[in-house]
Design a protein around this ligand. Structure first.
Ligand SMILES: [Zn+2]
Length: 856
């Protein structure tokens, strides 16, 4: 990634100097269908003003070659002004026109203009992905969020293709192969977008009457590869889309500003989705090729609503620089769950939020790389790594807590004012705080200091004393902070008291809300209450904290966790127990035992699937000598639950997948084989193609699926998705030569696309292959600096995170990581960050193993 960085200081200086009036961008991608052609023509005209005539600046462009550069009619010699990443400009006039004619490269790493050739039918698909700064791989521009401008795109493409961009195509566009698009509203470069190819497209329309009596009509489109068309459930996608648009028009008081609303599901996508105005892109795995659980539908709906939120919060009003990335991501993450619950059939959105999103935040907030929600982003490499659990999930948790603090109406009214005041502009944190202060009447400075400007997570524990009659004499909430981040914060919490109800369930019989501050806060309202069997601080999940229990409550959970009637309270208890396990305060085998006893009765499918994941991680947290026994117990338990689950239910499917993941005994593997070849069946369980691959991947990792069997499966499912599964299965086989091949394919070659790099790594890195992977620990530390220097940042991140020797879970590996960090103090901070995070996860696993060993 040489020379591609851009610093905040450079961006500030350029924004001080320039104002951009508009871009005309003409792309010619007819070469895309010829695999030997690596580049396409890109001609950009930029009209911009300069406040200091005579000054110098630069325009960003990452391209193999530039044919011509003309500034205000003056021809600049490309070799003299273009260094591969920037074009130097000097002698600027007050008003300028720059024309850059370049050859840009098709991408196979998902960054810039990605080209994908579908192995099923040979069709070629293109789409763009830019955030934070990859538009410059497609056309010359001033790549920073605060130099907004209208963009007019035209694209010349193979004639039968469909070409889409942020704006609608001009009438008669596409005839002769050139598609012209209406000028966009003023937007930032990173949210401009193109999709081109023989996409399958379905149309619909959203309309509603606005307060002034006029009718707003938004044309809707949904598109995917032709090969996925038969699985494309556009009715469901459009339903959620319309419910979201209804909600935002009801509450934002600012009509959708970008005309049409297309949603493209694209192949080999690096992230979940991207909020390009008028042309949102999603990873195509959100189109389900086989049966999935309700949790997957809920998750997709959440993403649709998250991206839609960005149309206002992010696209219409945009952060000035990546320091305030959280402004848009926290807000969108919060609204994703909020609108899910308020406006769609997915009413359990807050349970998922408490259970999954917060787990992401808690993990990120305890890493050495944790940072305040408002981060210090010096340059683009910092920015790239800041799409993390703090920016999204902690930020959203903090906003949820803010809503509890200022009230929902003040919060939404703040948003409305913010949109009106800053439409098409750029903002910083203070702009949001000032509207919230206006609408809530509360002092936001202290709140912001405690929650946004400091890092770390507090834990809240109950402390209770009883009187002579056995009633509560005093109940306090005790707040603690980690030594590394000692800040104690103000928390709005609900404390719930639970005991056995008439039917035997654990039910809440008393509740109090309190403002917790400092190390100890007495909850006076609960004095005199009947004695509880379980005390749940942060009931209802109002604040962001790790929940701890008193001994009596913990004993209750050990015996009767599954008896908690309320699904949110139950999810919070599971989450708290998982945090205890991660912190080495509860032996991993005990957590596995809880999953075995109580997961079978878990009604919330999203929580159940989290428990499955956590149980697998718990095996890595277990003492090595117990691991096999624990794995066997999980497999037996999974099979029991699979056989007793309701036929055809999501729970049955989840247990089937979990069983496949933990199966290892000869009889378990035999059952997987029989399910695959149809000689065994489980009532109601449809072994569709996706489930077939899941079963096969487990067999492959156990050495029970030779190459011929894997090839036969690919022949059965000869599609792009099938190809990814096949690559994963091949790399999962337990043989030294397979591992060596996979390593070379990923680390020593640049031939694989991003999706196949990901598939190879996930196949390679198996918990059951600790011995086979041992030689790769030293190779990893020897290779990563070169990998980081030579490969694109997406691929660099995939390799540095994915190949870290996490299954060499010994002190020597932690020492090796420390050794590398000490010897590479000058390595790029982003690379050091990834290594130190992986090192921290490993050290945590070793601590948990010691806790577990002590219990064994
Ligand atoms: Zn987002």
């Amino acid at each position: 990634m040489p020379g591609e960085n851009l610093t905040r200081d450079e961006a500030r200086e350029r924004a001080r100097l320039l104002a951009v009036d508009g871009y005309d961008v003409a792309l010619d991608v007819r070469s895309a269908v010829r695999p030997e052609e690596k580049t396409f023509r890109s001609v950009t005209t930029i009209r911009f003003r300069c406040s200091e005539p005579g000054a110098a600046t630069f325009v960003d462009l990452v391209a193999p070659s530039v044919s011509s550069v003309v500034l205000n009619g003056r021809v600049l010699e490309p070799a003299a002004v273009f260094d591969g990443t920037r074009i130097a400009l000097d002698g600027l006039a007050a008003s300028n026109e720059l024309v850059v004619d370049a050859r840009c490269a098709y991408s196979h790493t998902g960054e810039g203009l990605h080209r994908f050739a579908d192995p099923e039918d040979g069709e070629v698909y293109l789409y763009t992905q830019y955030e934070p700064a990859d538009a410059r791989r497609v056309f010359a521009n001033f790549e920073q969020p605060d130099l907004k401008a209208p963009f007019t795109f035209s694209v010349t493409a193979p004639e039968p293709w469909t070409v889409l961009s942020n704006e609608r195509a001009e009438p008669d566009s596409g005839t002769g192969g050139t598609w012209r698009f209406a000028p966009t509203k003023p937007i930032s470069t990173y949210i401009t977008a193109i999709a081109a190819g023989p996409y399958h497209m379905v149309n619909d329309v959203y309309s509603r009457t606005l307060p002034d009596g006029s009718v707003l009509e938004i044309p809707l489109g949904a598109l995917c590869r032709k090969g996925l068309a038969k699985h494309f459930d556009t009715d469901e996608i459009f339903t959620v889309t319309k419910q979201g648009l209804d909600f935002f028009h009801d509450h934002f008081d600012y009509p959708y500003p970008f005309g049409k609303y297309d949603q493209a599901f694209v192949p080999e996508y690096n992230i979940g989705a991207m909020e390009n105005p008028g042309l949102v892109t999603f990873r195509e795995e959100a189109i389900f090729r086989g049966k999935v659980t309700q949790a997957s539908y809920e998750s997709r709906a959440n993403v649709i609503l998250h991206e839609m939120t960005h149309m206002w919060f992010g696209d219409l009003v945009t952060m000035r620089w990546w320091d305030d990335l959280w402004l848009k991501e926290s807000f969108a993450d919060f609204m994703g769950a909020f609108v899910l619950v308020e406006a769609t059939r997915y009413r359990d959105g807050w349970i998922t939020f408490a259970n999954r999103r917060k787990a992401w935040a808690y993990r990120a907030d305890q890493l050495p790389s944790t940072h305040p929600v408002t981060a210090d982003i010096r340059d683009l490499q910092d920015a790239k790594l800041n799409f993390d659990g703090i920016t999204y999930a902690k930020g959203a948790s903090v906003l949820k807590q803010l809503v509890a603090y200022v009230g929902q109406e003040a919060f939404l009214e703040g948003a409305r004012r913010y949109f009106k005041r800053h439409a098409y502009g750029n903002t910083v944190l203070a702009d949001l705080l000032s509207v919230l202060e206006e609408t809530s009447g509360r002092d936001m400075a202290e709140w912001s200091r405690a929650w946004l400007q400091t890092a770390g997570v507090n834990s809240l524990a109950p402390e209770v004393r009883y009187d002579a009659e056995g009633r509560i004499a005093e109940l306090s909430v005790v707040q603690e902070a980690a030594a590394s981040h000692p800040e104690l914060r103000p928390h709005r919490v609900a404390v719930g008291l639970y005991r056995r109800g008439a039917g035997g369930a654990l039910e809440r019989y008393a509740r109090a809300e309190a403002d917790v501050a400092g190390a100890r806060t007495t909850v006076a309202q609960l004095a005199g209450a009947e004695p509880p069997e379980l005390i749940l601080v942060n009931d209802e999940d109002l604040t962001y904290c790790k929940i701890r229990f008193d001994e009596a409550s913990l004993a209750t959970l050990r015996d009767r966790l599954g008896d908690i009637a309320d699904p949110l309270a139950r999810a919070l208890c599971w989450s708290a127990l998982w945090n205890l396990t991660r912190d080495g305060l509860m032996p991993a085998r005990e957590y596995v035992g809880l999953v075995l006893r109580f997961a079978g009765a878990e009604t919330d499918i999203g929580v159940l699937q989290s428990l499955h994941q956590q149980a697998r991680t718990a095996l890595d947290y277990a003492a090595p000598q117990w691991r096999q026994e624990g794995g066997r117990a999980l497999a037996e338990g999974a099979l029991r639950e699979l056989r007793s689950a309701e036929p055809g239910s999501g729970h049955q499917l989840a247990w089937a997948r979990f069983f496949a993941a933990v199966a290892s005994s000869p009889s378990d593997l035999e059952l997987l084989r029989e399910l695959l070849d149809g000689t065994a069946g489980i009532d109601g369980l449809d072994i569709d193609q996706e489930l077939r691959w899941t079963l096969l991947e487990s067999l492959a990792a156990e050495g029970a699926a030779p190459e011929a069997v894997i090839s036969a499966e690919l022949a059965r499912d000869d599609t792009a998705s099938g190809k990814r599964h096949q690559v994963r299965c091949l790399a999962a086989r337990p043989s030294p030569s397979v591992k060596a091949q996979a390593w070379v394919a990923v680390v020593e070659s640049n031939a694989l696309s991003n999706a196949l790099v990901e598939a190879t790594i996930s196949g390679f890195d198996q918990p059951g292959h600790r011995d086979l992977l041992a030689p790769y620990s030293a190779k990893y530390f020897a290779a990563i600096e070169r990998v980081w220097a030579e490969r694109s940042i997406e691929i660099g991140m995939a390799i540095v995170q994915g190949l870290f020797p996490r299954y060499q879970d010994r002190q020597e590996t932690v020492d090796a990581a420390d050794g590398w960090l000490n010897a590479h103090t000058e390595a790029p901070p982003a690379l050091r960050r990834l290594v130190s995070e992986a090192r921290d996860d490993l050290a945590r696993a070793l601590r948990a193993q010691r806790c577990d060993a002590a219990a064994g």
